[in-house]
Design a protein around this ligand. Sequence first.
Ligand code: NI
Length: 185
Amino acid sequence: MILPIYIYGHPVLRKIAKDIDPETYLNLQELIDNMYETMYNADGVGLAAPQIGLDDRIFVVDLKPLADDEHPEFKNFKKVFINADITEKTGETELVEEGCLSIPGIHEKVPREDRIRIKYLDENLQPHDEEYTGYMARVIQHEYDHLDGVMFVDRISPMRKRMIKSKLANMEKGKVSCSYRVRTV
Ligand code: NI
């Protein structure tokens, strides 16, 4: 089922999400299916639970649309991250453009570390402890930020933030146009 995507300004996007208890969580697989369907419908490569109004620590990523000759590994990068914990951020800080389904129409360069280590449960509740680099590390950090109530525009330069201030103010007032169903404040 395609769910509405919550837009910048909605308070749920600023909440600290809680770990889920996979043993008692109802319809976890259905939630995961809905998150993927909602993400694909909006042409996204990542979606975190707060973006569909839930303060649960879960996000999904599928980098397949970005796979090319330079990055064939993206083709099979479809993952669910449950109760994730980024335990290390290292490497160079790189400045790369990002967007977000909760902030439609805005793309800005965001500084992020190039290498991370993350512990998480997958959709079968199997534990993992893995390292990621480059764009994979970036997308994971972006989605992980959502669980802590952080959005990518919080990390851009003050000058760029001023440039997009009025657009963000409009979103906070519920003025937004995009191709998918949304929920504003
Ligand atoms: Ni986002």
